[in-house]
Write a protein that binds this ligand. Sequence first.
Ligand code: PRT
Length: 106
Amino acid sequence: MSEILDRLAETLEARKNADPQSSYVAKLYAKGIDSILKKVGEEAAETIIAAKGGNRDEIIYETADLWFHTLVMLANAGLHPNDVLNELARREGLSGIAEKAARKDQ
Ligand SMILES: N=c1c2ncn([C@@H]3O[C@H](COP(=O)(O)OP(=O)(O)OP(=O)(O)O)[C@@H](O)[C@H]3O)c2ncn1[C@@H]1O[C@H](COP(=O)(O)O)[C@@H](O)[C@H]1O
């Protein structure tokens, strides 16, 4: 499934040179970081509402919107989804408590 993230990351990279008139992502980049973060916040709120509602399809749909806008935020910052997947892989097997202790040491 991570091929989907790879392909989407490639598209998001390519949209940095696209016309904002013809691309939702290029338009978001052109609006700037505050607009991208506003969308992340809105989609997070919509995901919470969907999860509270308990409708499976709505939860999936809103989470996809949230993940998508988070990927745009990462691409805008010059980061790839693999950077986050690598961090999750690093945490694999660590207990949450050990992870918290490691953060305090940083
Ligand atoms: N996965 C997505 C994706 N998910 C959600 N969205 C857009 O995100 C927006 C969601 O915001 P809202 O629900 O608030 O709807 P809205 O009112 O249209 O949003 P605003 O205009 O108010 O920001 C919608 O416009 C959706 O179309 C997406 N737009 C694009 N992609 C992917 O990104 C690729 C590149 O898209 P373009 O840049 O448009 O070619 C596409 O091929 C897709 O793979």
